[in-house]
Ligand binder design. Structure first.
Ligand SMILES: Cc1cc2nc3c(=O)[nH]c(=O)nc-3n(C[C@H](O)[C@H](O)[C@H](O)COP(=O)(O)OP(=O)(O)OC[C@H]3O[C@@H](n4cnc5c(N)ncnc54)[C@H](O)[C@@H]3O)c2cc1C
Ligand code: FES
Length: 235
């Protein structure tokens, strides 16, 4: 583990912040860090760029983190985990809530490779659309459950209305219940081999020892994941 100084904090609103570290981490999109604050739990956070994490406040550690001040130091283990693999051709990204964080990093990476990406971004309400400015507006569909921005409905409404079979690669990150639903739909369509899911499991150690993040086929999300090809996943 090493420590990094917080360089800048963008407070998106009362529940979300993006925290920039003093330097870039050698990393690939889809990788995460185990972030540690003195006296609080160590938690996994995806990199939203080589130099940042984007945090949603849900419990003690994340509530502290969104209010962290420039100059404070955090402990970092990582970057850890299996990243997304690069794509060519037509690419679709499906982001549910804070699952947008690793996809924003991947999006920047694919833009540099001149890959055209369409983004489906689903959240509860407009306040949750924290990284929308990272994506090209003309190639993004937003849906909110309360209709406060974009279309009104949920992530499945977006996915079912898109011709997903026309894409060469599909990347997905969101709450587990959403990913299970999308996984089962893509299985029915027989397109799991061209999908990659970044899984979100409760993690304790982040280094493959404790077993808290194991999925159905014995694979550990922290080591063999967090990114898996759809046809490798057993829930
Ligand atoms: C690989 C990976 C990448 C992640 N990336 C991000 C990210 O980029 N940004 C971000 O804000 N969060 C991310 N998370 C989730 C984040 O790690 C949890 O929100 C955090 O650990 C909660 O810590 P806490 O102490 O604030 O809350 P806790 O007090 O630990 O938990 C508060 C509530 O959130 C639930 N919870 C805790 N961890 C998770 C989890 N992993 N999945 C679903 N529910 C959980 C608890 O059951 C509880 O109900 C990621 C998780 C994983 C596994
Ligand atoms: S978090 Fe301990 S094995 Fe994955």
């Amino acid at each position: 583990m090493f420590t990094l100084r917080v360089d800048k904090v963008i407070r998106h609103n009362e529940r979300y912040s993006t925290i920039f570290f003093e330097k870039e981490l050698k990393s690939f999109p889809g990788q995460f860090v185990m972030l540690n604050i003195f006296d609080l739990e160590e938690i996994p956070l995806s990199l939203s760029s080589p130099q940042s994490v984007t945090v949603k406040a849900v419990g003690e550690t994340t509530r502290y983190l969104i209010k962290i001040k420039p100059g404070e130091r955090v402990g970092i283990k990582g970057p850890i985990g299996n990243p997304f693999s690069p794509a060519k051709g037509k690419v679709l990204m499906i982001a549910g809530g804070i699952g947008v964080a690793p996809l924003a990093y991947l999006y920047d990476f694919l833009q540099k490779c001149r890959v055209k990406v369409k983004v489906l971004y689903a959240v509860r309400s407009s306040d949750d659309l924290v990284l929308k400015e990272r994506f090209e507006k003309a190639r993004m569909r937003i849906i909110t459950e309360d209709g406060s921005e974009g279309e009104k409905g949920n992530i499945f409404d977006l996915v079912y209305s898109e011709d997903v079979e026309e894409y060469d690669k599909i990347y997905i990150c969101g709450p587990e219940v959403v990913m299970r639903g999308i996984h089962s739909y893509f299985k029915e369509l027989g397109i799991l081999n061209k999908t990659e899911f970044s899984l979100d499991r409760y993690m304790k150690c982040g280094i493959g020892i404790c077993g808290s993040c194991v999925i159905g086929n014995g694979m550990r999300v922290c080591v063999e994941g967090p990114v898996f090809r759809g046809d490798e996943i057993v829930w």
